[in-house]
Design a protein around this ligand. Sequence first.
Ligand code: ADP
Length: 407
Amino acid sequence: MRRTNQEDIRMKVLVMNCGSSSLKYQLIDMENESVIAKGLCERIGIDGSKLTHKPTGKDNYEVESPMPDHTTAIKMVMDALVDPQHGVIASTDEISAVGHRVLHGGIKFTESIVVDQKVKDVIRECFDLGPLHNPANLMGIEACEEAMPGKPNVAVFDTTFGMSMPEKAYMYAIPHEYYEKYSIRRYGFHGTSHMFVSGEVLKFAGLDPEKGKVIVCHLGNGASISASIGGKCVDTSMGLTPLEGLIMGTRSGDVDPAVLQFIMNKEGIDVNEMLNILNKKSGILGMSGGISSDFRDIEAARAKGDHLATVAMDAYIYRVVKYIGAYTAAMNGVDAIAFTAGVGENDKGTRKEICEHLSYLGVKIDDEANDVRGEARIISAPDSKVKVLLYPTNEELAIARETVRLI
Ligand code: ADP
């Protein structure tokens, strides 16, 4: 049933991001896209479970109580939302729908979708592709169905933004049978963030909504870059899994696969351990000799002259610059480059260092405009040939908007 616009704008949407032992939520009033409450359940299924509920304009509220599973956690979230003292709504009837972040949609989903049994089956079929996240995402959906029967649930996949990539960008140069048999291809991740920021940048920078060429640098602890034309992804740096592409906090990004075989043989480790090293012990953490996965610590060590921290930070910036160059070539030009996520939104020095390598594109940064954190703003000089922006990501709002669009 399609609702009228009048009904749409009164909607309150609950956004859920379920991990294997955690659950993050936001209740968003879609009339003005404001957060009414947000919070976090930690240690689900483990001793010491805790709910932290943050109602806007009221004191935070913490409950320590056993949460053996996601269903119990979601019931506690519902209780907090309607609590006479700490709550923000009179009854859960006020929640129009629930939007779920789901990691992997495989090749079957090219868009967000209202959840039914078939959708749940496909999320389950994709457990192999997203072994850490998809099972938890499905648990979250089923727990919401149980706690709020009849309420629409919408799945918003991290992978659907990348589904508009052309075959030349998403196919790996390996035997085709692996695509046929196992859907091995490049998918890309952080899709909700790239979709949100690239769409917002088209409007904010006044670009052609159909033809505007935008590169989004999502630089957080996990990091990825996307190239899009008219808000449609043409390439993105993560692959079958989030391991490909940029150097990240703890992930290696691109690496010669033969390095794996060499290290595994020399160290006598199996492929699971090797991948654990590439996912959790590499990136700036590994390159710096273990200083930290936090960019602030690496920058502080570099400022004191630490050699490995300097190499790690230089290599990180160099990789971003190479991807920007590749994506500019892939699109035969670029109109805007946007920075987002933890490093992108907060670190003016890194933004400036990256842009200093882009003078060949006519990029000029305005130091005064760049002296900003977490605020949507054009940070390039008026005569810069390419607009450079800081645009804070908001994955929860993107999920809530997709939810409203679909119900
Ligand atoms: P994720 O969602 O991938 O965990 P975030 O987008 O929250 O990551 O980004 C976290 C990263 O942002 C951390 O590595 C942190 O060091 C970095 N960060 C936050 N503030 C700054 C800053 N002022 N300077 C440099 N890095 C920062």
